[in-house]
Write a protein that binds this ligand. Structure first.
Ligand SMILES: NC(=O)c1ccc[n+]([C@@H]2O[C@H](COP(=O)([O-])OP(=O)(O)OC[C@H]3O[C@@H](n4cnc5c(N)ncnc54)[C@H](O)[C@@H]3O)[C@@H](O)[C@H]2O)c1
Length: 429
């Protein structure tokens, strides 16, 4: 393994996770960033990060070398893989990006290198899936000629508080020496705030349960939202009261999209089934959260009926991304609300100041309004994503958008304090 205390590092996959990591490491080490997306590499070289995680000025100053040329992966000491780990249509782990990245990397691997995986996986993927692919492509032996490591990633895109330099990093290695070297390398970007896990499978398990735990807790709150909704109560009012207890856990109800919380529990469930264990709690959480879109659609439809708008309501959806203040549209569950409302015969316009309109058409087949100027006469405005720009909405903004008798459906409970005119109905979870 590299004895080098100043290793040359290559990061494979420069997305939401890989780019901030590569930039942070490049402040201390020589770093190459490889991505198969040629357009992404050209943009980064031009100082543009479409994920909006890294400012243009930082991209201009960094010593990171972005490349789409795999041959530039030669002669590095540490490789860090940060490619996607999505699920298939059947909600099974799709390990193809990891397979392809490992095949490519294997061709350029040399002796005494370390390959660290950061992609979220279930326990065993690093050593039992990626390791053998690397061995086959390189002709080298893991644990003897090169070494594996796993370090789960915890960054939270759009979150400027828990940035990569401020959160505890978990590392693990095939040998204690590898783990120690990784501790030093990662510690250089967060003042040594590194936890060494017992082994690689433990570190893999830690990451996937962090997200499964969130999913299950949100599912519980979502289930309660549907129950208290039937009682004519708002879950947010109930939570305001319950949260005053010292040990009540704080989770918010809503749509659970994106490529982490809504995906990782399926990785864990798959692992459980491989071990002949039926993951009841994990999948119950998933089912509940997957069902939130239909529940929200039914609630909006009912509330429209109550104000006398029976069919073909004109509805404006505010927010399409999977969460607030990021441009990421992958696996957004707002689409469940949109398609559900359309199926009931309503017409839907969509606005999102963060999303890329081209991407919305290409990936979701949804057209976005350019802006909210000049649009109006809606029967209903749905607050689907709590983007910063929507938080400042005032009663007059709604008057411009809505017909005199209309509905505000506030899924995120962001407009609770607004005093709407009597003719405007307000519904929240
Ligand atoms: N985004 C998050 O909030 C987050 C947080 C923690 C962990 N993770 C995990 O980190 C991993 C990466 O997620 P992300 O959000 O950065 O994904 P992403 O889609 O933003 O980025 C992945 C990048 O990898 C590139 N890529 C795909 N296949 C490649 C290959 N064979 N070789 C080189 N590059 C390749 C893609 O072009 C893309 O730019 C996933 O496993 C995810 O679950 C994500």
């Amino acid at each position: 393994m590299p004895s080098n205390t100043h290793p040359k590092i290559a990061v494979i996959g420069l997305g939401y996770v890989g780019l901030p990591l590569a930039i942070a490491l490049a402040r201390h080490f020589p770093v190459t960033g490889f991505d198969i997306n040629v357009e992404r590499i050209a943009e980064l070289k031009d100082g543009v990060d479409r994920t909006r995680e890294i400012e243009a000025s930082v991209l201009k100053e960094t010593t990171l070398k972005p490349t789409a040329n795999a041959a530039e992966l030669l002669q590095h000491d540490i490789y860090i893989v940060t490619v996607p780990t999505p699920v298939t249509e059947e909600n099974l782990p799709d390990l193809n990006p990891l397979r392809k990245a490992s095949e490519t990397l294997g061709k350029y691997l040399s002796k005494n290198t370390i390959v660290v995986f950061e992609s979220t996986v279930y326990p065993g993927v690093t050593e039992d899936f990626c390791g053998p692919i690397l061995e086959q492509a390189s002709g080298l032996k893991a644990g003897r000629d090169f070494y594996l490591g796993y370090s789960p990633e915890r960054i939270n895109p759009g979150d400027k508080k828990h940035t990569i330099d401020r959160i505890t990093k978990v590392v693990s290695g095939q040998t204690p020496e590898v783990a120690e070297l990784l501790k030093q390398v990662y510690g250089s970007i967060n003042d040594g705030n590194v936890f060494v896990a017992a082994n690689i499978k433990t570190a893999e398990a830690a990451k996937v349960i962090e997200n499964a735990q969130r999913d299950i807790n949100i599912a519980f709150i979502n289930e309660i939202a549907t129950i208290v909704g039937k009682l004519g109560l708002s879950i947010f009012d109930v939570l305001d009261a319950a949260n005053t207890k010292w040990n009540f856990l704080q989770f918010q109800p809503g749509l659970v999209g994106g490529h982490c919380i809504g995906v990782d529990p399926y990785y864990l469930a798959h692992c459980a089934r491989k071990l002949d264990h039926e993951p009841e709690v994990i999948l119950a959480g998933r089912r509940t959260n997957e069902g939130m879109g239909s529940f929200i659609v039914a609630s909006i439809h009912d509330n429209l009926q109550k104000i006398g708008v029976k069919n073909n309501a004109r509805i404006l959806i505010l927010g399409l991304t999977f969460k607030e203040d990021i441009p990421d549209l992958r696996n957004t569950k707002v689409v469940d609300v949109i398609s559900g409302l359309k199926k009931l015969g309503h017409s839907v316009d969509i606005h999102d100041p963060m999303a890329d309109p081209k991407e919305a058409v290409e990936h979701l087949n949804l057209e976005l309004l350019n802006n909210l100027q000049g649009v109006g006469d809606y029967d209903c405005v749905v607050g689907a994503v709590a983007h910063r720009s929507y938080l400042d909405f005032k009663g007059t903004d709604f008057q411009k958008l809505l017909r005199p008798k209309a509905l505000v459906a506030d899924i995120k409970n962001i407009w609770k304090k607004i005093e709407f005119p009597a003719e405007i109905s307000y519904w929240t979870l």
